[in-house]
Design a protein around this ligand. Structure first.
Ligand code: C2E
Ligand code: MG
Ligand code: MG
Ligand code: MG
Length: 285
């Protein structure tokens, strides 16, 4: 009888795995099609200066308006795009779209000139030898000042290709593009050889910011990361700031920037433009 039950369980397991595999394959072919049509778009989440109480830039975040499934978030398709290699084409689309959008804002709004557009680069995308050339040629094509562009690369992506990373980051720095280390604290090699990499900014992963509420020890951990960053000459963005108390703690630590629902969720192009025009203020729409 146990054997029977065991066999059933295996059957159920296999069925579910098969369903998942079929679904994943479907999503992959859908994503291929999505890139050819207009289903992908970027939202923009403000990055806020805690010191000066002003927006200093936006992070471009990809979304997929799926014809049957509706809005699909990047957590559902970026890993699959990485596995299938679609990330190269997709990532290249993101770089071009974010540059095009930033140029258009610079042309139309005076207050855009001091803003940064942050672009996410995922692990496999960072392994692409042509990545830096691709970024630099977009800057040329759009006649975009490099200091308005920042790339966010995860700690893991950098550490996994340390040697190659130093060279790539150096080329970006020389060109005047800024570099941020994303999701800091979630990688396996936190802190060890960070000073070897030419970086400008460190983004503390939102899991650490969230846990600050739970204990003073967790507050101390965030404080230690902020100090580490400052000692290395990097400025700091805290991800996932949702509450005023978090902002106050971060301000006391000297954390320069915050990003999170306290300021704004990721915004549509239309809302960013309303913000530039002064028709809305953060937290107001
Ligand atoms: P990330 O780069 O760490 O982006 C921050 C994520 O946290 C975003 O999720 C953002 O919407 C979310 N977030 C921001 N503030 C808060 C908050 O206060 N509370 C909570 N709970 N969440 C907050 P999103 O847009 O779903 O993106 C998830 C991840 O997908 C990103 O993490 C990034 O790794 C990746 N991603 C997004 N867009 C792109 C892209 O264009 N290219 C690549 N390669 N990866 C992307
Ligand atoms: Mg990011
Ligand atoms: Mg991040
Ligand atoms: Mg994160």
């Amino acid at each position: 009888q146990a054997k029977e039950a065991g066999r059933d369980r295996i059957k159920v397991f296999n069925k579910r795995m098969l369903d998942q595999a079929v679904k994943a394959m479907q999503l992959e072919s859908d994503l291929r099609a999505a890139m050819a049509s207009d289903e992908l778009f970027l939202d923009y989440q403000p990055i806020y200066s805690i010191e000066n109480n002003e927006t200093v830039g936006f992070e471009a975040l990809i979304r997929w308006n799926h014809p049957r499934r509706g809005l699909v978030m990047p957590g559902e398709f970026i890993p699959m795009a990485e596995e299938s290699g679609l990330i190269f084409e997709l990532g290249s689309w993101v770089i071009t779209e974010a540059c095009r959008q930033m140029k258009s804002w610079l042309d139309r709004y005076d207050n855009a000139s001091k803003m940064m557009m942050s672009i996410n680069i995922s692990g496999r995308q960072f392994s692409q030898p042509t990545l830096v050339d691709n970024i630099l040629s977009n800057l040329m094509d759009f006649d975009l000042p490099p200091h308005n562009i920042k790339v966010e690369i995860t700690e893991t992506a950098i550490m996994e290709r340390a040697q190659q990373a130093v060279e790539m980051l150096q080329r970006l720095k020389t060109a005047g593009v800024l570099v941020s280390i994303d999701d800091f604290g979630t990688g396996y090699s936190s802190m060890s050889n960070l000073q070897e990499f030419p970086l400008d900014q460190l983004k503390i992963d939102l899991s650490f910011v969230r846990k600050m509420r739970d204990s003073v020890e967790n507050v101390e951990i965030v404080k230690a990361i902020v100090n580490l960053a400052h000692n290395l000459g990097l400025n700091v963005v805290a991800e996932g700031v949702e509450y005023m108390e978090q902002q106050e703690l971060l301000k006391d630590m000297g954390c320069e920037f915050g990003q999170g629902y306290l300021y704004s969720r990721p915004m549509s192009v239309e809302n960013v433009e309303a913000l530039f025009k002064g028709d809305i203020v953060l937290g107001d729409y």
